[in-house]
Design a protein around this ligand. Structure first.
Ligand code: FEO
Ligand code: CA
Ligand code: CA
Ligand code: CA
Length: 590
């Protein structure tokens, strides 16, 4: 299908075709460089990556596994520098059978895991903070920089907000209920107006072994997916990951955490006021009245979309202490109706159904079991809410629903209206506008479908874009999104290989005649999904996370489906962050 040329189109790159092979694909005239690879030494004194040996102490000083969310923090802080900064990167999870030699598949690796392997995996989770510099048109990290830091399952963190110190957060190792070691399954994230990073703890259920049935937390554990069938063997070696021994430990995960990238000594905090579920991301906006609003999704089939509204207002003069805005406010859950309205319902103890009679003794209970609170309020069950981003240019909010193949034809709702939704969709929410300023704190928005993903050439899929897309312009399974400096929306996918096409990056304008008409910019090597698109402030560098390259059905350490990015025999595929620049030094995409 040829797309008519349009003078209004602000994107001029040569679109790449749909493909699926061992390589990374970007348009002609661009260069992509893997600047941070799993195992690269980042902290001073860290050893080099070893293709075969897995040492937990080494990994705790090296770039972690399965990079996801990325944010570029300019240096010096507060500047708009686009050639020097800190990259903050989430390390979502580990693939045991891709990391360690000798296992056929994930099942064998789970059965054969040792304490040493568990320790290594815990060191490969968390976050990295790494100083990077651009020389000419090429980025490189600064090994051993004073800023470089790893955050792992061993990093001490403070729990803050309404659930901090609650009995349900206390364990035999922590009688205070306020001190926890580590973070895990950090998926997407966000950043704050005061210079810190937010990181979302997502699929935390899969790390906990033991059957929770019969414990005081049985129903709560079940609601978040803990059922004695972990994907990791950690519970065999460490009691805190065995819910029969420590039934409260899971209540200390599933939160939004805050990290100060500019201060390597700062203790990360977990903000309980934003609720506990499988957080995908946390996107902040300073509302027109100065309050802080945070949008966050719960990535599971039939789960909800949330937003948090602070009570206090942002004060640029208060620096890091604005973080208190995340401890005092109201979490809301979304209900979408057929008339095109979104109602934001407050999750407040004592209001409506959120009472002691329903098992909520305090606000802490409401936050710990935010999903059950949303159930009782009749929130709209979504097709896996992943990233949510707001446009600085228009104030509109984009909610990405990745897919839901379990959506039944007799269980559709206005905003999730395709049965067996294998393709995913993107919803546009519009807050009320006063004098051109969006009121993100308002309790009613409007919504409409922005893109229904899938192949527009197959009418049965019900795909819908803003106009005619090219052969390569359609996609499936949107996951992470990012806005560039010009207000264009970049859409990363997770799952498109199910349709025989690599995951990658598509871009569209959100206004004008090319609104919701996507074009294909980047394709991943086999096995990988694309995460964390992030830009420098000048829009001239795009950072992307290539997550789990080489990992697909039948693959393992010895037989990855690609050996990207090193392509050396015996060296496994390595999840990596790629810096994409335009060879003429111009803006990405333009
Ligand atoms: Fe970690 Fe929902 O992707
Ligand atoms: Ca995701
Ligand atoms: Ca994003
Ligand atoms: Ca994903």
């Amino acid at each position: 299908i040829a797309r008519p040329a349009s003078a209004a189109m602000s994107l001029s790159f040569g679109e790449i075709p749909h493909a699926l092979d061992e390589n990374l694909h970007i348009p002609a005239g661009y260069t992509g460089k893997a600047i941070l690879r799993w195992g690269d030494p980042i902290v001073a004194g860290a050893p080099d990556f070893d293709a075969e040996t897995r040492d937990a102490a080494a990994q705790a000083q090296q770039f972690g596994y399965n990079n996801d969310f990325i944010h570029f923090c300019p240096l010096p802080e507060g500047s708009a520098a686009s050639d020097h900064g800190l990259l903050v990167v989430n390390h979502e999870y580990t693939d045991t059978h891709m990391i360690f030699p000798g296992f056929k598949d994930a099942k064998e690796a789970l059965a054969g895991a040792t304490a040493e392997m568990a320790a290594y995996e815990q060191a490969a989770h968390g976050l990295s903070v790494v100083e990077i510099k651009k020389e000419g048109n090429s980025w490189a990290m600064v090994p051993g920089s004073k800023y470089n830091r790893r955050i792992t399952l061993a990093t001490e963190m403070e729990i803050v907000g309404p659930a901090a110190g609650h009995d349900r957060l206390k364990t035999s190792a922590d009688a205070s209920g306020k001190k926890v070691f580590g973070t895990m399954n950090n998926c997407a994230g966000g950043w704050t107006p005061w210079g810190t990073i937010l990181s979302a703890e997502e699929n935390i259920h899969q790390y906990f072994g033991g059957d929770p049935a019969g414990t005081a937390e049985a129903a709560n554990a079940k609601r978040i997916g803990i059922k004695g069938e972990p994907s990791y063997a950690w519970g065999k070696f460490d009691a805190r990951f065995d819910v029969t021994k420590e039934p409260n430990e899971p209540n200390r995960f599933g939160w939004i955490i805050e990290v100060d990238p500019y201060n390597p000594d700062a203790k990360p905090v977990k903000h309980t006021a934003l609720g506990r579920f499988k957080h995908e991301a946390a996107t902040t906006v300073i509302n027109s009245d100065g309050r802080l609003v945070v949008y966050t999704g719960d990535d599971e089939r039939f789960e909800y979309v949330y937003k948090y509204v602070s009570n206090g207002t942002f004060d640029p003069g208060k620096g890091r202490s604005n973080s208190d805005l995340l401890n005092d406010g109201t979490l809301h859950v979304a209900k979408f109706d057929a008339e095109g309205n979104v109602t934001w319902m407050p999750l407040v103890h004592g209001q409506g159904e959120l009472t002691e009679a329903n098992g909520f003794k305090s606000q802490a209970d409401v936050l710990i079991e935010a999903r059950r609170a949303g159930d009782l309020l009749g929130a709209t069950k979504m097709d896996r809410p992943e990233d949510i981003e707001t446009s600085d240019k228009t104030g509109k909010v984009y909610v990405v629903l990745t897919k839901n193949d379990k959506r039944k034809a007799d269980d559709l709702n206005p905003v999730n209206d395709r049965a067996e939704n294998k393709w995913g969709h993107i919803i546009e929410m519009v807050p009320p506008m006063t004098d051109g300023k969006a009121d993100h704190a308002a309790t009613t928005f409007t919504w409409s479908a922005f893109i229904k993903a899938g192949n527009p050439g197959d009418a049965a899929e019900g795909a819908a874009y803003g106009g005619q897309v090219t052969d390569a312009g359609w996609f499936a399974n949107p996951d992470n999104v990012a806005f560039d400096a010009s207000g264009r929306l970049w859409i990363a996918t997770d799952g498109f290989p199910d349709f025989g096409v690599h995951d990658g990056l598509w871009v569209t304008e959100t206004e004008g005649e090319n609104r919701a008409v996507t074009r294909h910019f980047l394709g991943c090597p086999r096995g990988a999904e694309l995460c964390g698109p992030a830009f420098t402030p000048d829009g001239k560098t795009l950072f992307v996370s290539i997550q789990h390259p080489g990992e697909e059905k039948g693959a393992n350490f010895a037989n990855p489906s690609t050996r990207w990015p090193d392509f050396k025999d015996g060296v496994p595929a390595r999840p990596s962050v790629v810096a994409v620049t335009k060879d003429d030094g111009g803006e990405i995409g333009a």
